[in-house]
Design a protein around this ligand. Structure first.
Ligand code: ADP
Length: 305
């Protein structure tokens, strides 16, 4: 995994503060997060062996972020410690569950120019999982190195933004939710099929997650080993298991981690997607962010149900 690590500082209040206003809140929790760290933890708990290529600050949050990864079995030996603050998300939540989030990227912004050991870990892996909360030049550098070494590149294009051609060309599997799909394809308001077509103009394989409705997957038609642009290939619609939804935070991260593990284990894509949907659903039925990312047994149980 190459990506972000953030400490989420979550305060709750009856109402959100307006500009210039101070409101007295009533609750506070601090929880390790960031899409990169969450996906590394998700992959590790799902049974994968995962190395974190990420950066934390030399502040009090750095060791806590490292411990959160290590406790889940993620290899933190390459985790950079850089001068200054760790990435922090300041999250205010009101009584209706509406939120306001300010992310200060801190050390995540310093994840530039891959080191020799980082590059070696990437090219020696079965897959590279990355997102867009660290500098996109670094994501591109890592994806190109992985692709050149025959390592599968899974790009979760979140937070969404238009993608550089070089990054797109190195991506084997693009994973986005519907809102992200609209941004990366430049097709706001388009239907599911059109969005999937748009994603497949970018990458040879693409998944769009649809919350409780599961996910859709597409693959370009293949002529021998080569994907054939513009021809209809595989299309799959995968339902998510029905669960009573408590908190969907990190469901997308659970999905990405589990899907990558299942894919590199060689499962057929349909089964890999159903397993990833089960991972997202376990996460959605449990309160919390990184803490609700499922272990393999929980995913298997819901998958088999
Ligand atoms: P994101 O969190 O990135 O917006 P989604 O909300 O689409 O991603 O969730 C990712 C996956 O998690 C979905 O494809 C689905 O499999 C599962 N999931 C999410 N919410 C629910 C839910 N309420 N019930 C069952 N599964 C869910």
């Amino acid at each position: 995994m190459l990506g972000s690590a953030n400490m989420d500082l979550v305060g709750t209040a009856a109402s959100l503060p307006r500009p210039g206003e101070t409101v007295l809140g009533h609750g506070f929790t601090m929880v390790a997060g960031g899409k990169g760290a969450n996906q590394a933890i998700a992959a590790s708990r799902a049974g994968g062996r995962c190395v974190a290529v990420a950066a934390v600050g030399d502040d009090n949050f750095g060791p806590a972020l490292r411990a959160g990864l290590a406790d889940a079995g993620v290899d933190t030996s390459l985790l950079r410690v850089v001068p200054g603050p760790s990435g922090v998300a300041l999250i205010a939540v009101d009584a209706a569950g509406e939120n306001q989030i300010l992310v200060a990227p801190g050390a995540n912004a310093a994840l530039t120019g891959l080191t020799g050991p980082e590059r070696a870990a990437i090219v020696g892996a079965d897959a590279l999982v990355c997102q867009l909360e660290v500098p996109i030049e670094t994501v591109t550098e890592a994806a190109v190195a992985a692709r050149d070494a025959g390592v599968r590149v899974v790009l979760n294009a979140a937070p969404a933004r238009p993608l550089p051609a070089e990054l797109i060309a190195a991506t084997d599997l693009l994973v986005v939710n519907r809102g992200e799909a609209e941004v990366v394809t430049g097709l706001p308001g388009a239907g599911v099929e059109r969005l999937l077509d748009g994603l497949l103009e970018l990458a040879p394989r693409a998944v769009m997650t649809l919350g409780a409705a599961g996910a859709v997957y597409g693959e370009r038609a293949v002529d021998g080993e080569r994907a054939v642009d513009g021809e209809a290939g595989v299309r799959l619609t995968v339902p998510a298991p029905v669960v009573s939804t408590v908190d969907t935070t990190a469901a997308g991260d659970a999905f990405v981690g589990a899907l990558t593990v299942a894919w590199i284990e060689g499962r057929p894509m349909g089964a890999a997607l159903r397993w990833a949907c089960a991972a997202g659903a376990v996460c959605a039925r449990t309160l919390g962010a990184a803490g609700s990312l499922p272990v393999r047994g929980q995913i298997d149980e819901l998958f088999a149900a």
